[in-house]
Design a protein around this ligand. Structure first.
Ligand SMILES: CC(C)(COP(=O)(O)OP(=O)(O)OC[C@H]1O[C@@H](n2cnc3c(N)ncnc32)[C@H](O)[C@@H]1OP(=O)(O)O)[C@@H](O)C(=O)NCCC(=O)NCCS
Length: 234
């Protein structure tokens, strides 16, 4: 069994622990995780979370001397990226974690390291998903869509076909994105928003049709997904 830990002992971190349990319960070739505990800079070391210890913060991950898989269970894309950038230990690896009931097309779907795909998601064909992306419960992604690194999608989001979403986009529960739209880097889409036109980078957009209501000072570099990413549940 491979050792695994979760960064982030909040609500989503505990849900990712549930996802690990569910993968282990399938007793498939992927059921190999030995969950060691949580890392979280906002909680004291040694505290117990649902029976598992907080083992330290991001810096403690840099002193681990044996191989450990890590999932970063943080919804805020900027915070998620900053934590990953603090970790510089070659013993840490980032698996792709996919709930057993997720439906993924067999044709040209690519998924980057550290991406977490929760129960009930449906991902069809010719889709690129970057690294450290979260697809929370029950999201659907249509054909020919590209999703950049560090994006976070809350439950029940529907992304139509040929959508391009740049790095670090946060999308609230139940949002919908029309086909062929582009969402700029670092944009926040509110819960329940209906995106009927492309959105610029670095804004917060809400409502139906979604309209920008705020512009942020900083936006990420805005990469697209690299084509070398491949789907590998580890
Ligand atoms: C969009 C969001 C991120 C905005 O947060 P914020 O930057 O703190 O912005 P504010 O709360 O100041 O809202 C700005 C304006 O947009 C409105 N607004 C906020 N969220 C909205 C939404 N989802 N739909 C419609 N209007 C919304 C606010 O009422 C406010 O309007 P006002 O200026 O007329 O008062 C947040 O409201 C949201 O929807 N988050 C997603 C939550 C979610 O999905 N959680 C999942 C957990 S699993």
């Amino acid at each position: 069994m491979k050792k695994i830990a979760i960064y982030g002992a909040g609500g989503f971190g505990r849900e990712v622990k549930m996802l690990i349990d569910q993968i282990n319960e399938t007793k498939s070739k992927y059921s190999q995780w030995d969950f060691k505990g949580y890392y979280d800079d906002g909680m004291e070391k040694g505290r117990m979370v649902n029976g598992f210890p907080v083992l330290g913060g991001a810096e403690d991950l840099n002193s681990i001397e044996e191989p450990m898989a890590l999932l970063v269970a943080i919804g805020n894309p900027k915070v998620k990226k900053s934590i990953i950038e603090k970790i510089s230990n070659n013993n840490i690896s980032y698996p792709v974690l996919i709930h057993p009931n997720v439906q993924i097309g067999t044709d040209e779907v690519k998924i980057g390291e550290g991406t977490i795909i929760c129960a009930g998601c449906i991902i069809t064909v010719n889709i690129s998903i970057g690294k450290h992306v979260i697809l929370n419960l029950g999201c659907t992604i249509g054909h020919d869509t590209i999703i950049g690194d560090y994006c976070s999608f809350m439950p029940a989001i529907n992304i139509s076909g040929e959508v391009t979403i740049y790095e670090g986009v946060y999308c609230g529960t139940g949002a919908k994105i029309i086909n062929q739209a582009t969402v700029g880097a670092g944009t926040v889409i509110g819960m329940g928003a209906v995106v009927t036109k492309s959105l610029p980078e670095g804004c917060t957009a809400v409502g139906m049709p979604a309209q920008p209501v705020k512009f942020h000072n900083t936006v990420p570099a805005g990469n697209k997904v690299e084509s070398k990413n491949t789907i590998t549940q580890q």
